[in-house]
Design a binder for this molecule. Sequence first.
Ligand SMILES: [Zn+2]
Length: 270
Amino acid sequence: MNRFFNLLLFFTCFIAFSQPQSPSEFLPNYGKQVTYYHQVEAYFEQLVQNSDWIKHQKYGETTQERSLNAYYISTPDNLKNLEEIRKNHLYEIGLYPTKSNAKSKTIVWLSFNVHGNEIGAIESALSVAYELVNPNNKDTKKWLEDIVVILDPCLNPDGFSRYANWLRDVSGKKTHPGVSDREHMEPWPGGRQNHYVYDLNRDWAWQTQLETQLRMDLYHQWMPMVHADVHEMGYNEPYFFPPAAEPYHEQIAPFQRDFHKKIGEITQEI
Ligand SMILES: [Zn+2]
């Protein structure tokens, strides 16, 4: 009888261990204090260890030697077939010469925290990743049959760490909501920019910075259909929803204008 209970305990522990943990289970201070970059990486690592719905690829290092990370999230079958799905997708958009046997999947790229001090972005990346792999979330499990998500939780780890370390330094156990409190008066150079104090959100076009160049190498290998660029706005600032204000850049094609409009309608419905 004892052996039976020991065995039961072993399987219970095994099952408990093999479930991915939510951000607040893994990080008791999640949502109360800013998460350090190494904790963000540790959180994603535990998702990778405990779920076969997520795979990790380090795609480079920043100037300050922090890892740049992409996480592929989809069904276990899709993840096993990732390279064929990628080639098939490129074939369908005229960028690869031969068709593969893989079925068409929608490629969705999620970028968080290009502005390092907009920490709502990176913090939300943990919850988004969790809900995508969470076995109890049946909606996301269904979506991922047809979608490959490529999730980059932090495009600007050096800027984010500059901000996060400063915030930890000036805030105590009790955080203060007042806009004039010290923890809301970030000194120059703030965490918005990267190591060289360059705004990486302005660098998508010119690609002069290391982080952008490394990211674009990977981006061009995938050419996603949808790219969400997650920022944080001030509490009394407006939020941006497409379509953008005129004039549009001449390189934005008519089908892209139509698509922006469609996305705007969907986001307003939500
Ligand atoms: Zn921003």
